[in-house]
Design a protein around this ligand. Structure first.
Ligand code: ADP
Ligand code: ASP
Ligand code: MG
Length: 473
């Protein structure tokens, strides 16, 4: 009989320092003793941000930040290694591996300094350095516990398209690579510790899956290996009813459906990368979110159906780093295919469109994209509608960044009339002004746009209105 296979992912804080890595190694060891286990790790907390910031400064003409960040990372990783692995030979072997990564980093920063250019491909290579440093350390910590374990560079097992900064997996090729490289390790009782976040094209060029992408790496590997479950170990007790940093009364949700969790992730719940659930949906692989700092707690279980008995609103989420773009003017009523042209423009850019709203008078098409996509989207739209702007058929293309989307999520809202009414009444009482409203036809989410400064009040108000802070079981 095939051994039970778990894919376990550990985020930045779960590998944030030697003590966290040691705790993580214990969790992996416990999993591996009970069955087969593949680990996926992020970079140590904050490392990816520091690498990206340094890369941007080097591109802008400073030389220092590249050398400085690599030196700081060397110190940080060597210190962690020193306390995780006592055996001098074992330590030296890991030092050699991470030294190669630092050498590559040095060349990448040098190239950037020389050309004063940071291509998306180089930015991917630089931002992926952190995972390539943390994985050998975690594998070393697992070996120090007496198990067999090896770091695996995900560029050898996850194959993607060439969309740098947000690549999509090619599942067929990924499956082949996982069967060839990871399955034999698993069968021999070796725990692979795979770098999260990074992957490679068919030609072997490094790509990344987007910020926070290690969650996605874990479910891609879970699907490719037909795992029995994926466990995402993080620094909170599971998926909460709202972001605990904004709503202190937020509570852990014991069971939630794929759809609900995906809606939350899509609308900014940082606990999951937006695409995390895509790879596992078809095979119905359960996903757990658990706290690596409190592994005795049960966490949240994400399943195809969630909890059938639970009704109404499940959770709230909000997303701040967004921009409202509006294309409009009285002339657009008679203009053919404004909507089509607008959204084929965004599709071409692969801009992340989060919400669309069009008033019935058709004077204005409003939609929301991630803040990072706003400028290039507006530029592309101005180009697309250049003629129409010149002839005043399209009057304006504007962008507003002082907004936030708040989403009310719950699969069973479908059968619960009045959710929208209750939400908007409660917000009205608190004087929260609604800029736009959208409800997906699936009725598992109602989202609305508010001024950024009203976001927190909106969340707290809706959380209270639906009693989400009160335990249900
Ligand atoms: P990791 O480094 O483990 O990937 P992240 O920082 O990416 O962890 O995600 C976990 C964080 O997500 C939590 O610390 C919490 O602050 C935030 N968060 C936002 N919304 C939610 C939510 N609904 N449930 C749980 N955590 C949330
Ligand atoms: N280290 C990467 C990031 O910070 C990926 C991840 O943490 O999931 O975006
Ligand atoms: Mg994360």
């Amino acid at each position: 009989m095939k051994a039970r296979l778990q894919v376990m992912k550990f985020g930045g804080t779960s590998v944030g320092d030697a003590a966290c890595m040691a705790r993580t190694a214990q969790i992996i060891a416990q999993g591996a003793r009970g069955g087969a286990c593949v680990a996926v790790v992020s970079a140590m907390s904050g490392v990816t941000n520091r690498l990206i910031e340094a890369a941007k400064r080097v591109e802008a003409g400073e030389n220092e930040p590249g050398t400085a960040v690599l030196e700081a990372l060397r110190k940080q990783h060597e210190e962690a290694l020193g306390s995780l692995v006592q055996d001098a030979n074992a330590r030296r072997a890991i030092e050699e591996v991470i030294e190669e990564v630092f050498e590559e980093g040095r060349r990448l920063f040098e190239g950037t300094a020389l050309l004063r250019e940071l291509t998306p491909r180089t930015l991917d290579a630089i931002s992926g350095l952190g995972e390539r440093l943390s994985a050998p350390l975690v594998a070393g910590a697992v070996r120090a516990l007496g198990l067999q374990s090896e770091a695996v560079d995900a560029t050898r097992v996850i194959v993607t398209d060439a969309f740098h900064g947000g690549a999509e997996p090619l599942m067929g090729r990924t499956r082949e690579k996982c069967e060839a490289r990871l399955r034999p390790m698993v069968d021999q009782g070796i725990v692979p510790v795979v770098t999260g976040f990074i992957a490679a094209t068919t030609e072997g060029r490094l790509t990344t899956l987007g910020r926070g992408g290690s969650d996605y790496s874990a479910t891609i590997l879970g699907a490719a290996l037909d795992a029995d479950e994926v466990i995402i170990w993080t620094d909170v007790d599971g998926v909460l009813t709202a972001d605990p940093r904004l709503v202190p009364e937020a509570r852990t949700i014991p069971v939630i459906s794929y759809r609900e969790a995906a809606e939350l992730a899509f609308f900014g719940a940082k606990v999951l990368h937006p695409k995390t659930l895509n790879p596992v949906m078809q095979a119905a692989i359960p996903v757990w979110i658990r706290n690596s700092f409190a592994p005795e707690r049960p966490g949240t279980l994400i399943t195809p159906e969630g909890l059938r008995t639970g009704g109404g609103v499940k959770a709230l989420t909000a997303i701040q780093d967004v921009a409202l773009i509006s294309v409009g003017g009285p002339g657009i009523v008679g203009l053919p295919d404004v909507v089509g042209r607008t959204f084929s423009t965004t599709a071409e850019l692969r801009a992340n469109v989060l919400l669309i709203s069009q008033s019935s008078s058709q004077n204005d098409i409003c939609f929301i994209v991630s803040a990072g996509d706003a400028q290039r989207t507006v530029e592309a739209l101005r180009k697309e509608f250049a003629q129409d702007l010149a002839h005043e058929k399209v009057e304006h293309i504007t962008v507003d960044t002082n907004i936030a989307i708040v989403a009310v999520v719950g699969e069973n809202m479908r059968g619960t009339p009045g959710v929208a009414g209750r939400t908007f009444n409660a917000l009205g009482r608190e004087n929260v002004n609604l800029i736009a409203i959208a409800q997906g036809s699936s009725e598992s989410n109602i989202s609305f746009v508010v001024e950024e400064k009203a976001m927190k009040t909106a969340l707290i108000t809706a959380h209270r209105e639906f009693g989400l802070g009160t335990p249900t079981n």
